[in-house]
Design a binder for this molecule. Sequence first.
Ligand code: ADP
Ligand code: MG
Length: 353
Amino acid sequence: MRRRFRLFRSLLQRLTADVGIDLGTAYSLVYVRNHGVVLNEPSVVALNATTRQVLAVGKEAKEMVGRTPGHIVAVRPLVDGVISDFEVTEAMLRYFLEQVHKQRIALIPRPRVVVGIPYGVTEVERRAVEEAALNAGAREVYLIEEPMAAAIGAQLPVQEATGSLIVDIGGGTTEVAVLSLGGIVTSRSVRTAGDELNEDIVRFARDEHNLLLGERTAEEVKIAVGSAWPLTEKLSHPMRGRDLVSGLPREVIVDSEAIRKAIDRSVRVIIDAVKLTIEETPPELLADLMTRGITLAGGGGLLRGLDRRLADVTNVPVHIANDPLTCVARGTGAVLENLDVLQGVLLPTAYRS
Ligand code: ADP
Ligand code: MG
């Protein structure tokens, strides 16, 4: 009887849509076991500022930004790669799990959840994410550091006795890590990434053109013409904002040269983080890096010519991961699907039933 029950339970568990979650500073992605990435939404939560009631999460929350009455605020709970607000993080996790588990049948067990968290978060923050995921409906929670998940998603041989270098450039943070034998050997995280490049463009528009740009317009310009290495063909793009003198709308055409200069200081910070990490890498692993190269992940890895620039500065070949924006999510998915093999790359967790 007992055996049959166990068999039945394991069958049901197989039907559970176990999920991997990339809690990014800009975007959060959800991977469902055997399905792939099913959800990709901005890491934004809209709150009533006075009652702190959660009004919307994800796309809907992002659309509310700047268009809503004063008492509604939009929070990006992970903006600097730290979990700044426990309740808001929990609300976000709950929303994601609900999206995936909408049509659940009561009998099917709750999902196991693998969450990618920024490298170097404190023990307290780790606990907070774990509890948030359990409160949000997870049966079991596994935590993995984002650089590790990104490397697994990029199909680097993280468990082998060879060094792999991953650079994950997100919205709020750039994380650089050298991995070997299932662990992080050296790493560093800087709070200069995609958002900072947008801010550079806002500053450039204000200082050089007396133009007040919105953050989203700046991002659009960055993606349209931004670069870290001279382009063979100059690109240009309209930049629309408010003239700071007349207060009226105005359009300026900018080119890739100007934008490259505008973002250069931040690009250098990112490159220096990689250089410093390489300098701290044990010599045996350096030899591996020379042959395996550096792998770029995260949306920031798509900046034109960043691969070329990094290769030029470091003398190490640079590759952009396949689909860099989904590396972490696919990495958490690979862990879910191979828990027995990849168990060793997970962080210790406190509560596991
Ligand atoms: P996170 O993991 O922190 O949520 P992502 O890996 O999703 O971040 O990357 C988001 C960042 O990547 C944003 O700053 C976005 O502007 C930037 N980004 C996305 N596509 C491009 C592109 N083609 N060129 C340059 N930056 C990009
Ligand atoms: Mg990320």
